[in-house]
Design a protein around this ligand. Structure first.
Ligand code: NAD
Length: 505
């Protein structure tokens, strides 16, 4: 059994992975990892020093020349093997996610499956890396374009998708011929080590994929490192902004995806039962710890009372419990501190002038786990912390407006622009909505519109810093740079000096 899957040790040490093997950190600094369902500490993750980061980057750099020279056919073959191994081990990965993040196992399996889709997209890498060619642009002159890797690239990832978000990064980065250093969230780091073991088993050469754990020290060392060509980041907006500004000021390419406040607009003609089912699923799935979770329902016209009643009536049916229990539908939050922070929004809602319809603190499972049951808050308005902040937990707000225009105005004036959804039976209204709305990912009667792997994922406004979205065609673009070659093979006998600017006609 792999060391990563060994759960016999009470508190397992979690090390780095450099050059195709476990690397024991020497910093003396580390962080606790918990099972959120029990509240027990299960791991102690090493935090890297600046020197250890440099070692990982130098290792990736040393592996770079051979990896970018590996033929497209061989790299594609490896990706098919990677796909098979991750598919075969999807339950092992999912169990690690449940053990450290807390999400229920079925949801963790869904995370792995959506990540696998990105790996499958990358199996087509020979096609994805095709350039273009124009013959005879001038007499005897041809022009063609190539896509080449950047070198060593880094990924810095959040706690809420410990397997899938790294896959969004390492899969296209490796497929396009880069070597990679991953700095996963220190809250649930084990999935990244199983990823490393599976990539090695698939035949990915040592040094091509490396994992270093840590906190701000590790992140800053990556952002400062002169041999890192590009940084992909996914996390909260303040850190995304900081990462983008720091990386780009050091001359690196950067895509930094930030937080969200996703609205679900319900028009008066919507099917209320369908909208209520969707709101429950999208607000409380994964305990609301999804950047695409719906956190605000916008009830338009007269639908609010009926909609709030329909959502409220469904909440007692949501089974909250340990994610390893197959009957659980919603697990705990990731840490005690985060659970308490989320609960504080419910606490202050009344004082802000909102109405607490369901208080999730009252029905959370007993014990030491970091549980909070679903909460529903009505009459939430801009200016209230419950509206303005990304709560990132199972707290659904409802705001009431009179018109479609007011609903669109709310979304468009919000600083975030990640996902948004509209529920309606009017095709014309939906089409107008997709035209009007300022957000990167739009759902029409779809509450969580995460794009499939052959489109790209990304928000607008404070939900993304950078100009390229992640995975899909824009991911391939992000991890490559184009080179245009102009060539001719003339007869040397025709050679002459010409100081004029080259002409094509
Ligand atoms: P976070 O910003 O706290 O952490 C993300 C990463 O940054 C982690 O690896 C962490 O170690 C590192 N980090 C934390 N503080 C840092 C600092 N001061 N300096 C440098 N690095 C630092 O985010 P999180 O709590 O792990 O994840 C939740 C957030 O991620 C939410 O805001 C959510 O919306 C967002 N998210 C966004 C997307 C998206 O696609 N837009 C996807 C998933 C999660």
């Amino acid at each position: 059994m792999s060391a990563t899957l060994d759960t016999n040790t009470a508190v397992k040490p979690i090390h780095h992975w450099i050059g195709g093997e476990i690397y024991q950190g020497q910093s003396g600094r580390s962080g606790a990892v918990y099972n959120p369902a029990t509240g027990q500490q299960t791991g102690e993750v090493a935090f890297a020093t600046i020197e250890e980061i440099d070692h990982a980057v130098q290792t990736a750099k040393a592996a770079s020349a051979a990896w970018r020279a590996t033929s497209l056919g061989r790299r594609a073959e490896l990706f098919f093997k990677i796909r098979e191994l991750f598919h075969a081990h999807r339950e092992d990965i999912a169990k690690l996610l449940t053990a450290e993040h807390g999400k229920v196992l079925s949801d963790a399996m869904g995370e792995v499956t959506r990540g696998l889709e990105v790996i499958e997209f990358c199996c087509g890498l020979p096609t994805l890396l095709k350039g273009s060619m124009s013959e005879q642009v001038s007499n005897g002159v041809d022009v063609y374009s190539l896509r080449q890797p950047l070198g060593v690239v880094a990924g810095i990832t959040p706690f809420n998708f410990p397997a899938m978000v790294p896959m969004w990064m390492w899969a296209p980065a490796l497929a396009t011929g880069n070597t990679f250093v991953l700095k996963p969230s220190e809250k649930d780091p084990s999935a990244s080590l199983l990823t490393a073991e599976l990539l090695k088993e698939a035949g990915v050469p040592d040094g091509v994929f490396n994992v270093i754990h840590g906190d701000k020290v590790a992140v800053d060392a990556l952002l400062e490192h002169p041999d890192i060509a590009a940084v992909s980041f996914v996390g909260s907006t303040p850190i995304a902004k900081y990462v983008y500004e720091t990386a780009t000021s050091r001359g690196k390419r950067c895509q930094a995806l930030g937080g969200a406040k996703n609205h679900m607009i319900v028009l008066p003609d919507a099917d209320i039962d369908m909208a209520a089912d969707a709101a429950i699923s999208a607000a409380y799935g994964s305990a609301g710890e999804r950047c695409m979770a719906i956190s605000m329902v916008v009830a338009v016209g007269g639908v609010a009372d009926e909609l709030v009643t329909a959502i409220k009536s469904r909440i007692p049916g949501v089974k909250v419990g340990n994610g390893m229990d197959p009957t659980s539908e919603m697990g705990p939050l990731v840490t005690r501190e985060h659970r308490d922070k989320v609960a504080s929004y419910v606490e202050r809602a009344g004082g802000e002038g909102a109405t607490v319809v369901v208080d999730g603190r009252e029905s959370a499972p007993a014990g030491d786990g970091f549980f909070l049951a679903p909460s529903l808050i009505d009459h939430v308005k801009p200016g209230m912390a419950n509206y303005d902040d990304e709560i990132f937990g199972p707290v659904l707000g409802v705001t009431r407006v009179d018109t479609y225009e007011q609903a669109v105005g709310l979304v468009n004036s919000n600083p975030f622009g990640n996902g948004v959804a509209i529920f309606t039976r009017d095709g014309g209204a939906a089409r107008q909505f997709q035209f009007d709305i300022l957000a990167g990912m739009v759902g029409i009667n779809v509450p969580i519109p995460v794009p499939v792997a052959y489109y790209s994922f990304g928000g607008w406004k404070a939900s993304l810093f950078g100009d390229r979205h992640i995975y899909g065609p824009e991911g391939i673009d992000f991890y490559t740079r184009s080179k245009v070659v102009t060539s001719r093979w003339p007869d040397p006998a025709t050679s002459k000096i010409d100081l004029g600017f080259p002409q094509t006609r």
